[in-house]
Design a protein around this ligand. Structure first.
Ligand code: KIV
Length: 265
């Protein structure tokens, strides 16, 4: 009999720098978490993308801490082997330290997350260092920070010139020095990604940041072809579950209408 594979921790993720690629995916409920964990992913992110994927919102900005707590708890109840990371939603990481700590406390104690993810760079590094000191494992998220969409006016790629690349490296250094166990790098040109990967001794997991990252993350519904609307160009569909869902539901409706279901006793 083979021993059950050990739970993945921030420490084991940190040790993966230069090793096997890290596989990460988002999940927002128990069903998604079940399938993600059964597939053997390393990290399940309860991302604020729950807003645009599952809650019909136009961006991640309206997603609140209560929403992330609710969805993280559902994922955690499935007892995944994967590391469960809860997103710190819009603006929460910019309050005074006591409030940020309280938010992370809710994510770890009430929802049961193993770690939190925070969008930010150099300016948030002091807060992150204090969180790490308090025992909160932090996954830093830099490059495109979608929570800034109202300020940016659009989702854009980073590392397009030397100034942007230098800032990415400064941010990555600051986040690594603050004690992040890994970085998530979003929408970054491959040359700039290389500079970030080379600059830090923690693994960099990318989304739309090219092949040089130490792992990849995608949104669950994009991977399985379940996203009804816009899907970013960097996402790859690995199955067409949307078609299967549609066919199954049409067959069910047809069977009820034709009285083929249920079978008479
Ligand atoms: O919330 C999210 O889904 C994200 C993606 C970049 C993975 O942060």
């Amino acid at each position: 009999m083979t021993a059950p594979r050990a739970k993945i921790t921030p420490h084991t993720i940190r040790q993966r720098k230069g090793g096997d690629p890290i596989v990460a995916i988002t999940a927002y409920d128990a069903i998604m978490a079940h399938y993600a964990d059964a597939a053997g992913v390393d990290i399940i992110l309860v991302g604020d993308s729950v807003g645009n994927t599952a809650l019909g919102l136009e961006s991640t900005v309206p997603v609140t801490l209560d929403v992330i707590v609710h969805h993280t708890a559902a994922v955690v109840r499935t007892k995944p082997r994967a590391l469960v990371v809860a997103d710190v939603p819009f603006a929460e990481a910019h309050y005074d330290f006591d409030q940020v700590l309280r938010s992370c406390q809710r994510l770890l104690q009430e929802a049961g997350a193993d770690a939190v993810k925070i969008e930010g760079g150099e300016s948030l590094a002091p807060t992150i260092a204090r969180l790490v000191e308090a025992g909160v494992p932090v996954w830093g998220h830099t490059g495109l920070k979608p929570q800034q969409v109202k300020q940016l006016g659009r989702y854009k790629k980073y590392g397009l010139n030397a100034k942007e690349t230098d800032q990415l490296v400064v941010d990555a250094h600051a986040l690594a020095d603050a004690g992040c166990f890994s970085l998530l790098l979003e929408m970054v040109k491959p040359e700039a990604t290389r500079a970030v990967v080379d600059a830090v001794d923690i693994p960099v997991v990318g989304i739309g940041a090219g092949a040089d990252c130490g792992g990849q993350i995608l949104v669950f519904t994009d991977v399985l072809g379940l996203t009804p609307g816009y899907v970013p160009g960097f996402a790859q569909k690995f199955a067409d579950a949307g078609k299967l869902f549609a066919r199954g539901l049409e067959e069910y409706a047809q069977a009820v209408r034709s009285r083929e279901f249920p079978k008479s006793d």
